[in-house]
Design a protein around this ligand. Sequence first.
Ligand SMILES: [Zn+2]
Ligand SMILES: [Zn+2]
Ligand SMILES: [Zn+2]
Ligand SMILES: [Zn+2]
Length: 485
Amino acid sequence: MDAGGARYGRENPTPWVPPPKPAPEAAAPQPRDEDGPNVTIAPLRKLLSSRQTSEPGWRATARADLLRALAVKGCTACGARSSAEQHWMSSFVHETNADPDVRASIRAARGLCAAHLRLAHEQTEAPFVLAIVHEEVAAARIADLGARGRHPAGECPVCTAAARDEATRMQSLCVLFGDAAIRAALRDGDGLCVPHWTSLAAELPPAELPALLDLAAAALADPSLEPGELLAGQHPDLARRTPLLREAMTAQRAWAEDARAVPAAARVLAEAGAGCCAVCRSAQFGAAGYLSWLAGLNDGFRLRLEPGEYSLCGTHLGDLSVTHPSTAEWIAADHLVGARDACAGAIAVLDGIGPRRDAADDALTRLTSLRPCPACHAGATTAERTTALLAAGLHDAAVRAELRAGHGLCADHAPALSRRAGSPLPVEVLRARLELLRWELAEASRRRGWRVRHEPSGPEGTAWLRAPSLLCGDAYLGLPPPATF
Ligand SMILES: [Zn+2]
Ligand SMILES: [Zn+2]
Ligand SMILES: [Zn+2]
Ligand SMILES: [Zn+2]
């Protein structure tokens, strides 16, 4: 992954800090932001060379493509991203699932990320295709357990494809921004979301910045644009998270009540015997608990919050719009006012001192509020505390017995717990679960064969649904895997 991958990374295309994949090690607390932006804007991925973009043929084609794309509803860069995701998955299911290079890219990434696994689950062919994919990933994970050192994290190939198309769209915008028709299309259509206005501003020469800020100001004042999407970009995964979110909220309340009322000795037994990866669950439930807390504050408390305490990433603002819509509306409206003020301030700065690079950088930091998401921070902290609790509890034979009998930790968190606790048990449990899962997945694929159609299918038919909770622990938002599809 190149340097731009930090921004055009896995689940979250916004410059706000993305929700972390379950950290293999104890997650370090994210820095608190009290005084303003503290997240740097990474440069765009450079996919097109200047030689390519200066060719007359490139310009005409890119211009026509861009004008077409800008006529479509929503942020055009977010749109490029989500089209690429859909296209990759559709090609994979219908054409490329047997392609050795594609399969190798999934193995190298140790599977699809949680968001793209949820996208795969929308496909009717998911049971067949994913059984084969998970079997290969399980084999790679088992090999990792025997290897010295850790497997370097590869990028989910769907994320890679989405980031590539998003970066190409942004580069076209950057090169063609001076074109009057492109500017008119940006003004007359939905334009970009705030994160993508900011990314574009960071790439443009200072002389172009006043025009960009005028366009962004007009978009921020457009009442027809949905505030949450305008502020945080599109998150198509939200539709796929939605069926899980309410169930996860109910489960989170019971889990949080236990955490409050039950002594540590009983709680560690419950965590060790959880029906999914306890650390993944803690990350999800810790974040959900923060969102519930925000939603439960009365108006007086809200007024005393620092903006950084409700500066949510796109994923968590989206989650909140499902579980507590009025709080999400309040947060989006508040941040929209802030973004409008910042945009007006940036315009005033440039009006006063002219379009200089230092003024441009100042304007950028005013345009958007780049703060770490407090819900992501709460999730990472809760996951860390649960890992610490399990590490402490593994000295107790009863806790070890619960871990042996339960689901066990996922492929990211079991090795981390083993290292932390100095105990091979979490990895031994994971290896045992993965070996059996791999057999079930192979068996499910075998039983789809024409020659064995006389054999009735058994419980191995749902192994592809259970696999994500071991291979990609946060796919079900901290819930145990569903029993049926
Ligand atoms: Zn966008
Ligand atoms: Zn992905
Ligand atoms: Zn996990
Ligand atoms: Zn977040």
